[in-house]
Design a protein around this ligand. Structure first.
Ligand code: AMP
Length: 321
């Protein structure tokens, strides 16, 4: 068995959707036999923008429940709520002392999210340093990253390398990997944008009932060309539907011209994937105490290593033990 410790993070700012399942959860589950992974629910990251406390709490529990329902095995893949391992925040501060203000301020996501003016939380600026702490705390060697997180991973590498150089070998320098399945699910209503938690009617929630799933796919944006083929430039909507069918059912469309047939096939394939998750979720959601226990065990499993990392970091940077 090869072990390459890997971290996949989910932010509890919305319901998990088909993009999360195909792009992150399935690769995580598929690698459970060969890879030592952690599924992190990054609740502290959800506090960097305007938030509703009850909603963040509820979504944290819901995401954990959906992960279990989808097949994450907590024996092999600890499901960890970031705030339940307080070493994340302790390391965050220590790493801030090895990060330049300019380095944080030039992060594209910070610039974009703060561009509108108004009240910008300081935590939005420092959040990439917390992300670096998430990675370095657990000695993560591989981080599956999409394009949008590349810059943040680079910052984590920079901080780790600088810290090691200045204060002595302390951190594993992480590397970014493309998720194997490389699924990038696009928004069904706006197929040039990635499906995201705030995608409205272009998003398929993993817990959406069958009639909602059917309606969203029936309304998916296509084009007038009446050709079922992959062409991300000219036919982004049709390409997305073909890719979803391939990811969910492992097959190609049967009719080369009719979008109605394609949409029916996609609906059936997505439904076949979601139906068992829905059933299992309902069972698990009936016993939230069990899910909370799984989370407590997840935190306990990773805690010793987290404490060791913080101890090493404190000693290196000049704090008394
Ligand atoms: P987030 O939803 O931003 O918290 O991301 C959680 C995980 O899901 C990350 O690993 C993302 O790369 C992945 N992910 C989010 N949206 C998509 C999408 N539309 N297609 C594929 N993967 C996605």
């Amino acid at each position: 068995m090869t072990t390459t410790r890997r971290l996949t993070g989910f932010k509890p700012t919305g319901h998990l959707h088909l993009g999360n399942l195909l792009g992150a959860l399935r690769p995580l589950i598929a690698a459970q036999d060969s890879t030592d992974s952690i599924a992190l629910i990054a609740d502290l990251h959800a506090l960097t923008i305007e938030h509703d406390p009850d909603r963040v709490r509820a979504l944290t529990l819901e995401q954990a429940t959906v992960m279990l329902a989808a097949g994450v095995d907590p024996e092999r893949t600890p499901i960890v709520v970031q705030s339940q391992v307080p070493e994340h925040t302790e390391l965050h501060y220590l790493l801030e002392c090895a990060t330049g203000f300019g380095e944080a301020a030039r992060m594209i996501q910070f610039k974009e999210k703060s561009a509108g003016g108004g009240h910008v939380r300081l935590s939005l600026l420092t959040y990439p340093v917390l992300m670096a702490a998430d990675i370095l705390l657990h000695d993560i060697r591989q981080v599956p990253v999409g394009e949008d997180q590349n810059q943040h991973l680079e910052l984590a590498r920079t901080i780790a390398t600088r810290f090691n150089g200045r204060y002595g070998e302390t951190f594993t320098v992480p590397e970014g990997v493309r998720p194997e399945a490389a699924a990038r699910v696009m928004d069904l209503a706006e197929p040039t944008a990635k499906m995201g938690k705030s995608s409205g009617n272009g998003q398929i929630g993993l817990l959406d009932p069958p009639d909602v799933v059917r309606r969203i796919i029936a309304r998916a944006v296509t084009d007038e060309l009446a050709v079922v083929r992959r062409d991300r430039e000219a036919q982004p909507g049709v390409t997305n539907l073909i890719d979803i069918l391939a990811e969910c059912a492992g097959r190609e469309p049967s009719d080369p011209h009719r979008y109605g047939v394609l949409k029916r096939e996609v609906t059936d394939a997505v439904e076949a994937l979601l139906a068992p998750i829905r059933v299992r979720h309902a069972e698990l959601a009936a016993d939230p105490a069990h899910v909370r226990k799984v989370l407590a065990e997840g935190a306990a499993k990773v805690r010793a290593r987290a404490q060791a990392t913080v101890r090493r970091t404190r000693a290196a940077i000049g704090l008394l033990d």
